[in-house]
Design a protein around this ligand. Structure first.
Ligand code: ATP
Ligand code: MG
Length: 630
């Protein structure tokens, strides 16, 4: 085995040879005539001329070899349901759903919008779409009617698949009502809505002539055989909107062949998941992690994948680890925010279970602070791999790659550029930054296979959004700040719009947050820049205490505030010292666990907090307001 450096170098210098080898990890009906067609930069067509099918690679080829091996493990701690589908059973269900969609007139290139809770039928629907060449657009079930309507109008689906309701923390979350409302708001609502009736929202309204029952349709297609449609590699597999943390969501368009190869290769080199093993990603199918590492990635690798409907703390904070024990999970994927939640519970809930099957835990989605990284790696006693990527890329950009070389983990760092990405740190003038110099994370095109091929329906927006930060060279901009240390390890310092300017000094909010977390009483913190007549901007911190009882009185809070400021002074210097440290019991985040810094900042500057349809807990905003008023 070659080491990481050589592996990465070859992926850039001998792009064609490298990716031709990786392409052999999947089945092709017709092999590609050209590995990368980059004749129209920055658009890249991977495996041009090749024909393949995602569903074939994820389901059929395994069903043929190992029909009885587990494929999809559905666990709901909300309804108490638990069921394992073998590859043969999964294939049958997918064919039934595919026949259903075809019966409704859905064909190659048509869009199907999937607005569903974490139930097995959601996976069937996604796989059924790619099987027949239809393009799915999964919208996270937490989005409100308005956000759903915008996505309906952008994707213009022929059919929508939904459920009566979801469940969260024991409470029913209505889906069908929201779908009806969204269809009323949308300019181009779908012709048909198929509903999985879970019996949660009894008597939900039905629209005659439009609404259809999933179980009834399925019963008509029990013996359906629907062959896979062979698609040209660059035909779209799906559209997925970015979370919208930083503004109007963009419809990321994914291809077919490049994506399948990228995922297959990542399962081998990054996640090291093998046929017959089990992967557990705690995300949701509404996010990119759900697409790549609940559905397609593990299945392409012939692994069983766990689809979990529930929260990490119910019935108690040991639930995930009990699942790891029961299903012998070997690869696990989660987000820092969830680990910070677990950190507030006794570690005994981890140690109670036999975790010997688990090789490593991967985390992504937001910065993983050092203390949390150290804590979870200490408790699990195995590698916890921070890795960095975006909806746009579909798979990791920065990561350790244990399948290539076992490299040392540095706390707080997502390690190195992944093969295929010519990733660098750029100064604002487009020149390359040196070691320990802060800059923007960029990638020299072509982007590797699996990354977005364009913005759905808007090639101009693809170019103008991602490829115009620097005039020369043409670089894909991540809109994240990063830094590379002298050992070649990268660190993500936050988003480019999360940078604040204090008296002419540019500071990443992440750096200040890390410094605030250097104080042992702090569990979590958000730092935002607030307009200041004197300094331009002033950092203001909103912190959550590990032990709320330590900040009950005004004196306690004042003492802590002074200590935190001192900690920041010591770590970063007085220039980064927050003007105020407010104590709250929770921070506003999206349902995917990302901090809504823009909303916090707006409140701190007395402005409207903006679109909050994805906020997880609205009471957190009230707390910010109260803290600011006090
Ligand atoms: P939008 O682009 O619509 O504002 P979003 O950027 O929140 O939404 P995602 O694509 O889900 O949507 O998130 C990707 C972003 O998450 C990255 O650009 C980065 O800011 C952050 N991120 C992901 N992984 C990491 C990580 N390991 N460390 C630090 N930040 C991360
Ligand atoms: Mg983004």
């Amino acid at each position: 085995m070659t080491g990481y450096k050589e592996f990465h170098r070859r992926s850039i210098d001998d792009r064609t040879g490298f990716w031709r080898e990786q392409a052999a990890l999947i089945d092709w009906q017709t092999p590609a005539s050209k590995v990368c067609d980059f004749s129209n930069p920055p658009f890249a067509k991977w495996f041009a001329g090749g024909r393949t099918n995602l569903c074939h690679n994820a389901v059929d080829r395994h069903a043929a070899q190992r029909p009885d091996a587990p494929a999809l493990i559905y666990i709901s701690t909300e309804t108490g349901q638990e069921r394992t589908y073998s590859f043969a059973e999964l294939k049958r269900e997918v064919e039934r759903t595919a026949a259903m969609l075809r019966g409704l007139g859905v064909g190659r290139g048509d869009r199907v919008l999937i607005y569903m809770p974490m139930i097995a039928e959601a996976a069937f629907a996604m796989l059924a779409c790619v099987r027949i060449g239809a393009i799915h657009s999964v919208v996270f079930g937490g989005f409100a009617a308005g956000s759903l309507a915008t996505r309906i109008d952008d994707a213009r689906p022929k059919v929508m698949v939904t459920a009566d309701a979801g469940m969260r923390g024991g409470k029913a979350v209505p889906y069908k009502h929201l779908v009806d409302e969204a269809c009323r708001l949308a300019q181009n609502p779908p012709e048909r809505v198929v509903i999985v009736d879970r019996g949660i929202d009894v008597g939900f309204p039905r629209v005659d002539g439009r609404d259809l029952d999933y179980a009834t349709l399925r019963a008509h297609h029990l013996n359906a055989e629907v062959p896979c449609e062979w698609l040209e590699s660059s035909e779209p597999s799906y559209i997925l909107y970015t979370s919208g943390t930083t503004g109007k969501p963009k419809g990321v368009q994914r291809d077919t062949g490049g994506y399948a190869v990228a995922l297959a290769a990542s399962m081998k080199h990054i996640y090291c998941g093998h046929e017959g093993e089990t992967m557990f990603s705690t995300s949701d199918i509404g996010w990119v992690v759900g697409h790549s590492y609940i559905i397609y990635g593990p299945l392409i690798a012939g692994m069983a994948t766990i689809m979990f409907e529930g929260t990490p703390i119910k019935p108690d904070a040991g639930i995930w680890w009990s699942i790891v024990e029961k299903y012998k999970v070997s690869v696990m994927f989660s987000a820092p925010t969830a680990i910070r939640v677990l950190k507030k519970h006794p570690a005994e809930l981890i140690h109670k279970y036999d975790l010997s099957s688990l090789r490593s835990l991967y985390l992504a989605g937001e910065p993983l602070d050092q203390p949390t990284h150290e804590w979870i790696m200490g408790e699990l006693e195995r590698p916890v791999i921070d890795h960095y990527w975006q909806t746009e890329t579909g798979w990791p950009m920065l990561s350790a790659m244990p399948g290539v070389e076992q490299t040392r983990i540095k706390f707080g760092s997502p390690s190195f550029p992944v093969y295929g990405y010519d990733l660098r740190i750029f100064r604002e003038d487009g020149s390359e930054a040196g070691a320990n110099e802060k800059g923007v994370v960029g990638v020299l095109p072509p982007l590797p296979p699996g990354c977005l091929s364009t913005v759905w329906g808007d090639d101009k927006r693809f170019v103008s959004t991602y490829f115009t930060l620097f005039k020369d060279p043409q670089v894909y901009s991540s809109f994240d700040w990063g830094i590379r240390d002298e050992d070649g390890y990268y660190f993500i310092l936050g988003r480019t719009d999360d940078v604040i300017n204090v008296a002419g000094h540019r500071l990443g909010t992440r750096e200040i947050e890390e410094a605030v977390q250097g104080h042992s009483a702090i569990a979590e913190v958000a730092v935002v820049g607030v307009n200041d007549a004197l300094k331009g901007q002033l950092p203001i911190a909103f912190a959550v205490l590990k032990d709320a009882s330590k900040g009950e009185t005004a004196e306690q809070r004042a003492a802590l505030e002074a200590e935190v400021m001192k900690t920041v002074d010591g770590l970063l210097g007085a220039i980064a010292r927050p003007g105020r440290v407010h104590f709250v019991s929770g921070l506003p985040k999206t349902r995917s666990g990302k901090m809504l810094r823009r909303s916090i900042q707006a409140l701190a500057e007395g402005r409207d907090p903006g679109d909050l349809t994805t906020i997880d807990d609205p009471t957190t905003l009230q707390q910010i307001k109260t803290a600011l008023g006090g």
